[in-house]
Design a protein around this ligand. Structure first.
Ligand code: AMP
Length: 485
């Protein structure tokens, strides 16, 4: 199998997007559209659960939203004026269909479905306790502990049980749930992952990013606040604050790479922040060069910012083929070797004989940068200077962004100069933490009033990593996704 994704041999993958709507005759169709807009948050699986008052209907599929949720035969049975949906980046394999969210369970109060963006950091610990108490898990997702904690809760209402369950979990969660003629959205007290409220006519909508509101023509109302639970009912939206307040720690990598550039996140345009990071990079690490070229698509806004600040012309010197699937079945080693060319090709005329500044958002393992630098040299570049619009990624994310374990991160193992040697660039520089904070509108990184999680760069993890405290658990957690039947 020829893979075009740098993370294919990793185990934990929990990048996700969520959507929920109550009170619209086309709830499932609007959910499918919303999920399509959130496809960048997870391409490997999608699911929709629709509720026709107390009748639930669902469809889950491996693959992309457009391929699985456009047929009349799939959509017509998803009846009801309430629906939630989820896109997920999951490991491949037929058995994992049962991991595709929203998860569904029957309680004595009726059906309940749940979609989760984020990652729980004590899920394995809770799972062990729940299994000892007799709970039978049917998926290998961290999210399923919430359902069992609800089942074993003594709370009187679905809301009480959900609150009871969520008070026991640690980690990052932006959730959408559907139960008892309500759609519920909840954001963890640190607000690590985004979640927004919108309105379409008389209908309330909850979703991961504003781009999912745009696609259905809904208006942005506001962000769901960290620690807030919003309950969409037939009579309007209720807001609850069931958790101990915490210092807000929104994931700064959402701005750098993960969120869509046309989304407004926490009141700020993602695109604008990326351009500002590019400007900071140009100020911090200038190069005398002929052309600024982004690694598409992730490097484009930062490269625009770099070019604007430096006055060096911007060119699309690398063209991305958008029709590359995540994997590509390949029979021979020779063709497998062509790997990177499937996705990117040098636009030779704008590179040949030039001193090039290449801009990308991050270096994880270094595979992409190494191949792109080589490609640009082969296209005749005189010098290649790599500029990265994030600080070096030295630590893994445990809160819902897919990163390899830290031993596989290039920046964990090598100094910046050694990394430069590895990718064979003439120079390599990463925006500083200070530059990044200026770009998001802070004076700098002030530990006393931190509003962001930047653990992947600093190792400063704001939420306990209970499952990783114990070495035995650590092995079990990382192999769970692979070994469970
Ligand atoms: P690598 O080749 O391992 O150094 O990966 C770096 C490339 O992967 C960059 O071009 C990024 O745009 C992209 N990238 C960074 N983080 C992620 C992520 N969490 N999921 C998928 N792609 C990513």
């Amino acid at each position: 199998m020829l893979t075009t994704n740098p993370f294919d041999d990793d185990k934990l993958r929990e990048e996700c997007g969520v959507f929920g709507i109550l009170g619209h005759g086309s709830a499932a169709a609007l959910t499918a559209l919303g999920l399509h807009a959130l496809q960048h948050r997870g391409q490997e699986a999608a699911g929709i659960v629709a509720a026709d008052r107390d009748q639930f209907h669902s469809h889950h599929a491996l693959g992309q939203v457009g391929d699985n949720f456009s047929a009349e035969t799939v959509m017509a049975p998803l009846k009801g004026d309430a629906a939630i949906g989820h896109v997920r980046y999951a490991t491949t394999g037929a058995t994992l269909l049962r991991n595709v969210q929203p998860l569904y369970a029957d309680f004595e109060f009726g059906g309940f479905a749940l979609g989760h963006n984020g990652n729980l950091t004590n899920a394995y610990t809770l799972r062990k306790q729940l299994v000892r108490r007799g709970c039978l898990f049917r998926s290998t997702t961290d999210t399923e502990v919430i359902v069992h904690l609800m089942a074993t809760s003594r709370g009187g209402t679905v809301i009480d049980r959900l609150i009871d369950a969520l008070r026991q979990v640690e980690g990052a969660f932006s959730l959408v749930c559907i139960a008892q003629d309500t759609v519920i959205g909840v954001r963890d007290p640190y607000g690590v992952r985004p979640l927004v409220l919108g309105r379409l006519g008389d209908t309330d909508v909850i979703c991961s990013e504003t781009c999912a509101l745009d696609i259905i023509g809904a208006d942005f109302v506001r962000d769901v606040e960290p620690g807030e639970m919003v309950v969409l009912t037939r009579d309007g939206v209720q807001s609850l604050r069931p958790f101990q307040p915490q210092q807000r720690r929104f994931c700064i990598f959402e701005y750098i790479y993960f969120a869509r550039p046309d989304s407004m996140v926490e009141g700020t345009s993602v695109y604008e922040v990326r351009k500002r990071i590019g400007r900071e990079l140009a100020l911090e690490f200038p190069v005398d060069a002929d052309v600024v070229i982004p690694v598409p698509d992730s490097g484009v806004p930062a490269a625009i910012g770099y070019a604007a600040e430096s006055g060096i012309p911007f060119e699309l010197g690398i063209i991305r083929n958008h029709y590359v699937g995540r994997t590509f079945i390949e029979p021979t080693d020779h063709i497998r070797h062509l790997g990177v060319k499937l996705k990117h090709n040098a636009n030779r005329r704008f590179i040949d004989g030039k001193t090039v500044i290449l801009v990308d958002d991050s270096i994880v393992r270094g595979t992409t940068s190494k191949k792109i630098v080589d490609m640009v040299r082969r296209a005749g570049a005189r010098e290649v200077h790599m500029r990265i619009s994030s600080p070096p990624t030295r630590h893994s994310c445990f809160y819902g962004i897919d990163t390899p374990e830290k031993e596989k991160l290039l920046a964990h193992n090598l100094s910046v100069e050694e990394m430069r040697g590895f990718i064979e660039a003439d120079s390599l520089a990463f925006v500083t933490i200070g530059g990044l904070y200026r770009a998001v509108g802070e004076g700098g990184r002030d530990p006393a009033k931190m509003r962001y999680c930047d653990a992947c760069f600093t190792g400063d993890y704001p939420i306990r990593l209970t499952d990783w405290d114990d070495a035995a658990n650590q092995v079990a957690v990382s192999s769970l996704a692979e070994t469970a039947p």
